[in-house]
Structures are given as structure tokens and as C-alpha cells.
Design a protein around this ligand. Structure first.
Ligand SMILES: [Cu+2]
Length: 118
């Protein structure tokens, strides 16, 4: 029963959510949290040149949130219940991956896509 429950959680589309901010201007405030090995957002859409202020709230375990391609787009590894805000500019267009850098977590599904439109 426990295994079946976990499978339902991991595969559930309830936890897949896109945040589309491409029609807004100014600093874009983004809140993302995690539960187990998954972020509550799986896709974030913004425009090239946007300044993003991302607050990551860790719902449990030890995790971080980062995007390798943008300077400043990385929180520290946070303990359960902690949060951190990072601010950075997405200066190039493309599809990038945000993920947790704790060993094994990205492979376990702790990632999503940051889509920067031209
Ligand atoms: Cu993690």
C-alpha cells in the first residue's frame, strides 16, 4: 500500500504546474516550493531580459534550487522549512533546467524547465 501511494504521488499531474509570466513586465516574483523530491512548479515561462526574484521554500528534507546558466540563480542547500530568495537576470533566451543539486535528487525528478522567450 505504501509503495502504491508513493507511485501515485510521483506520477500525479496534480504536482505539475506551469507559471507563465511572459505577459508581465518589471521584476518577476516567483515562489517555488518542494515537497519530497519534487518542486511544485515544473515549468516557468519568462522573457529575455527579465529580472527574476525567486523565493524557494523547502517543504522537507535538504534541498536547493538552481539554474546553472544564470549568475546568481542558486540558493544554498536549505534545511526543512527554510527559504531563500535569489535575484538574477535572464539575459539569454532558451530552455534551461532548474534543479536540486543534492546528489541523486535531480535524477529522482527534482527539476523543471525555465523557458526564456526571446
Ligand atoms: Cu533535493
Amino acid at each position: 500500500m505504501v509503495v502504491a501511494g508513493l507511485l501515485v504521488l510521483v506520477g500525479s499531474p496534480l504536482f505539475a504546474r506551469t507559471l507563465d509570466l511572459t505577459d508581465q513586465s518589471g521584476v518577476k516574483e516567483i515562489e517555488i516550493s518542494s515537497r519530497g523530491m519534487a518542486y511544485d512548479l515544473t515549468e516557468i515561462r519568462v522573457n529575455r531580459g527579465d529580472r527574476l526574484r525567486v523565493t524557494y521554500r523547502n517543504g522537507g528534507g535538504r534541498h536547493d534550487w538552481r539554474v546553472d546558466e544564470f549568475e546568481g540563480a542558486a540558493t544554498r542547500v536549505l534545511g526543512a522549512g527554510r527559504s531563500e530568495t535569489v535575484e538574477f537576470v535572464v539575459d539569454r533566451a532558451g530552455t534551461f533546467e532548474f534543479y536540486c543539486s543534492v546528489p541523486g535528487h535531480r535524477q529522482a525528478g527534482m527539476y523543471g524547465r525555465l523557458i526564456v522567450k526571446e
